[in-house]
Design a protein around this ligand. Structure first.
Ligand SMILES: Cc1cc2nc3c(=O)[nH]c(=O)nc-3n(C[C@H](O)[C@H](O)[C@H](O)COP(=O)(O)OP(=O)(O)OC[C@H]3O[C@@H](n4cnc5c(N)ncnc54)[C@H](O)[C@@H]3O)c2cc1C
Length: 471
């Protein structure tokens, strides 16, 4: 009698504790590899995320010699149906920790007449595990990070013994087709180049994720502490979608980092900064575990409700922001990178988010929803809590008076304008320093590029006044 391994955010075959548990539990090592295409998730995912998910599942299917079973339908109906069909004795999963996944798993558990066995989580330390000395959840990053480092994590899981993947009828790849899904892109083999030759979202699956990681660890990691803030350089790992989908587990990365530092001690400062970024990911998951409402509500009421702009003027501003037509080159470059590739550099995510909330006075949830619809790495914990961090409404957020200046940010982090030139073609012939403020060129300003839709200094003052009423 087989067991079922229900894949969700763990689309890999190595360092996979739930896979080991499923094989151990199965007679003759027979396991059914299941993915459920739940229409509710498919509709919510948005085309870029769906495309990325499909590419990842195709890679997993290849690694399973075509034995991945894709079934269409509500999870609490499909999982029990598959269990009955194959006579499975248990369903094994990597635990979900975010609000939707926890509710979904509870419903499936209720509908099953065999155990739902949760082994491991998508994090090095499971959300909810760490507590302060007073027994309360952590609300501040630095002490969380300290406790997280002290707690530590297990070594990567051993390779699975031989698994006999059971062949079962599936509903096919069409189950993953969302309303505006592009099959040609989902079908492309990983070795084929992306549409513009440099699309960072194209690699997919465990093999590509590990290859990207090795490339990063063998090169850019050595400059990460500085280069991670430079959108004009290839200085970050680009592993966020792979981590989101579980193509690679953070435990694998942390183990490799420790080895790399042991071999080359000079890597220690950069490895430490990279580890801190993974700790932010774990901190946000921990906050969301304790405060599921953070997915849709401000954690701290630092902004009066009447401070968020609404109405036709606000809608026009939102459209200009989302289309990359604000007249502020770094903001526009970021929003166009997002629209074209489904990914945006972290520094630019901060600048574009700050601009929406503090220059346009729009509710952070509006920007967060746009990001979720367009990011290939869109993740409730990371997206909503980073937005709350920028807006100043999060627990350990940027203070409300920290308003990022889109001009000084581009002067500092894209000094020659290379990133802006890449994503805003109208500015390609405008060299630095004018590219940071093209409006200063007066009549020589490039045709077709908009004038700033707001004056940063004026809007900054308005924000400080509004926040000050509560802050
Ligand atoms: C407004 C806003 C929205 C964001 N939305 C998301 C999102 O939906 N999904 C997402 O994965 N990240 C999100 N981030 C965090 C960060 O921008 C991305 O994780 C990062 O840009 C991914 O690129 P990378 O893999 O090259 O990062 P690297 O610099 O190589 O970092 C390695 C890994 O650390 C984690 N990490 C890095 N920075 C952060 C951070 N600030 N918070 C949490 N984890 C981090 C990511 O998993 C990342 O892959 C958001 C940040 C902001 C400011």
């Amino acid at each position: 009698m087989p067991t079922v391994l229900w894949f969700r955010r763990d689309l890999r075959l190595t360092d996979h504790p739930a896979l080991l548990a499923a094989v151990r539990d199965a007679a003759d090592g027979e396991v059914v590899a299941l993915f459920v295409a739940d229409p509710r998730l498919i509709v919510a995912a948005g085309a870029p995320r769906l495309r990325r998910l499909t590419a990842s599942l195709r890679a997993l299917d290849r690694a399973l010699d075509g034995r991945l079973v894709i079934r269409l339908g509500a999870t609490d109906a499909v999982v029990p149906a598959v269990v009955h069909e194959v006579g499975a004795t248990a369903v094994h999963v990597t635990a979900s920790t975010e609000p939707y996944g926890r509710r979904r798993d509870a419903a499936v558990e209720h509908a099953l007449d065999v155990p739902l066995v949760r082994t491991g989580s998508p994090y090095a330390v499971a959300p909810g595990r760490l507590r302060t000395r007073q027994g309360t959840p952590y609300t501040v990053f630095t002490p969380f990070r300290r406790a997280w480092l002290e707690h530590g994590w297990s070594a990567p899981a051993a390779p699975a013994p031989t698994v006999r993947w059971v062949q079962v009828r599936g509903d096919g790849w069409a189950s993953l087709a969302g309303p505006d899904h592009d099959h040609r892109r989902a079908d492309r083999q990983p070795s084929e180049p992306g549409a513009d030759g440099g699309d960072p979202t194209e690699p997919a699956g465990e093999r590509d994720a590990l290859a990207s990681w090795r490339r990063f660890a063998g090169g850019p990691l050595a400059e990460y502490a500085v280069d991670r803030d430079r959108p004009d350089r290839e200085g970050t790992s680009r592993l966020s979608a792979a981590l989101k989908l579980g193509e690679v587990h953070p435990r694998t990365l942390l183990a490799d980092l420790a080895q790399a530092v042991a071999a080359v001690p000079e890597l220690a400062p950069d490895a430490e900064v990279f580890t801190s970024q993974l700790a932010w990911r774990e901190f946000h998951a921990d906050v969301l575990w304790h405060r599921p409402e953070a997915a849709h509500s401000s954690l701290r009421a630092v902004v009066p409700d009447d401070a968020w702009a609404s109405g036709p003027h606000a809608d026009a501003a939102f459209t200009a922001w989302s289309e990359g037509r604000t007249g502020y080159p770094l903001v526009d470059a970021g929003m166009r990178q997002l629209a074209t590739t489904g990914w945006m550099h972290n520094r630019v995510r901060m600048v574009t988010a700050s601009f929406l909330v503090k220059d346009l006075h729009l509710d952070w949830r509006r920007g967060a929803a746009h990001f979720m619809a367009h990011l290939v790495d869109g993740d409730v914990a990371q997206n909503q809590l980073n937005w709350q961090w920028v807006a100043g409404t999060g627990f350990d957020a940027a203070p409300y008076f920290r308003v990022l200046n889109p001009v000084t940010q581009s002067q500092r982090f894209d000094p020659d304008g290379r990133y802006m030139h890449r994503w805003v073609p109208e500015l390609r012939d405008v060299p630095a320093p004018a590219v940071h403020q093209p409006w200063t060129l007066g009549e020589r300003a490039p045709a077709g590029y908009p004038a700033p839709i707001v004056d940063h200094a004026t809007e900054r003052r308005a924000t400080l006044e509004a926040y000050g009423r509560r802050g």
